[in-house]
Design a protein around this ligand. Sequence first.
Ligand SMILES: Nc1ncnc2c1ncn2[C@@H]1O[C@H](COP(=O)(O)OP(=O)(O)OP(=O)(O)O)[C@@H](O)[C@H]1O
Length: 327
Amino acid sequence: MSLLEVKGLRRDYGALRAVDDVSFELEAGTILGFIGPNGAGKSTTMRILATLDTPNAGQVTLDGHSLVDTPDKVRPLIGYMPDRYGTYDDVTVLEFLDFFARAYGLQGRARAKRVASVMEFTGLIPLQDKLTSALSKGMKQRVALGRTLLHDPKLLILDEPADGLDPRARIELRELLRALADQGKAVLISSHILTELAEICDTCAIIEQGRLLATGKVADILAQASGTAVAELVVRFFPGEEGEAVWARAERLLLEQPRVKQVAREGDALRIRLENEGGAAAGNWVDESAARLLAVLVGAGVPVCAFSHRERNLEDAFMHVTKGRVA
Ligand SMILES: Nc1ncnc2c1ncn2[C@@H]1O[C@H](COP(=O)(O)OP(=O)(O)OP(=O)(O)O)[C@@H](O)[C@H]1O
């Protein structure tokens, strides 16, 4: 049984169905990226999972307890960071975290120990006596994340946590989230910045107009969606005296090979699209094709100087499953 199980979740606002029959699971120790355009239903789903709203239909269990029927049982297991989190201006980092630790019912030395351990984990110890109003956005966000960790929740629900952060703060956030997953926590994180999620998530769920279009690993989503596995190779040449003719020769040779569906020139390289109709399961079909194509090119005297495999990414998966319905 997964730590979090969501089945047939629905939320209507009048005539608007904001969340429509959404089902997915999240395992302990993993990070699930919740992806969708503005208004897709991410925040509504997350608010329901954080017990701040109730669904019109559907069931959610967390650690075996029904979130809808027994919210008091599951609240201690949840750490929720909304997309607009707040810090108080005239308190220090330490005072802020200590205040919430008291609110969580932590007392005495146990409270001091927990606050210190959260500050250590989030790198806030050097800033503990600074007013939260004097902190950068990245540091404020760490304080907010620290707050969600005080009661040691099993599930973290983070709504657009990287929004507005600079590149360094994003990388640091990524590292913190990976460390939390390694500690065994389940992390649900939303974003509409796909590259950001691709680098951090184990699995992803793509949502649009309230409906979940796909869930799973990026590679599986791509394979599931098309029934045909797709890969891309990129090859560069050193044309030398042969000049432009080398491109046409290479292109013709490549298009004669099995599984090669498209060859396109992109800057100083050729991008080769491969398709395997048997799906992704056929062993190392990409490596096998790559080895063959390289041998053919080199055997025909094409001056190859670089040859690489481009992983298909979350953007490809997103574009594929949403089929351009995204505004
Ligand atoms: N309290 C509410 N009352 C009425 N409609 C709402 C309410 N909350 C959300 N909605 C609507 O429900 C839909 C889903 O909104 P939601 O905030 O869940 O989307 P989202 O995917 O989180 O988008 P964003 O990235 O913009 O936050 C939108 O059409 C939104 O306008």
